[in-house]
Design a protein around this ligand. Structure first.
Ligand code: ZN
Ligand code: MN
Length: 136
């Protein structure tokens, strides 16, 4: 019985990971819940939240904490940078190589140990500047 429950839980978790792998828009927990219900109708919002937390603690997905905004999730766990639009709130990848040098610089200026860094660029996305001047 416990085994069956564990199996069911890992199936739900697998479905969440598979869903995130198909998305490039870094969805919120709410969006994951709304969309995953199409394949798992009886899943609860709490289960989705719990699984997203567990997966990000295990490093299987990334949790993007966007300063004062709702967390977003990403199945792409390789170190990469993000952009958030100040107008529509969309989150996109920035195709820009991860700088190990920043880690080394910070490490040499700090008493502890630096493992990695995250960067969140802010501005206006392509859609939001369409027909407007680039500085908005
Ligand atoms: Zn935008
Ligand atoms: Mn990403």
């Amino acid at each position: 019985m416990a085994e069956q429950a564990a199996l069911k839980h890992s199936r739900q978790r697998d479905a969440i990971v598979a869903f995130l792998k198909n998305r490039t828009d870094h969805p919120t927990a709410d969006t994951v819940y709304q969309e995953i219900r199409n394949t798992i109708p009886n899943i609860s919002l709490g289960t989705v939240y719990r699984n997203l937390s567990l997966l990000s603690e295990r490093g299987e997905i990334l949790r993007l904490t966007c300063d004062g905004k709702i967390d977003r999730f990403d199945a792409d766990t390789h170190p990469h940078y993000h952009f958030i639009c100040k107008n529509c709130g969309c989150v996109q990848d920035i195709d820009f190589p991860y700088s190990e040098q920043i880690d080394q610089l910070a490490d040499s200026a700090f008493d502890g140990t630096i493992i990695h860094h995250t960067l969140l660029f802010e501005g206006y996305c392509k859609n939001c500047i369409k027909g407007k001047s680039k500085s908005l």
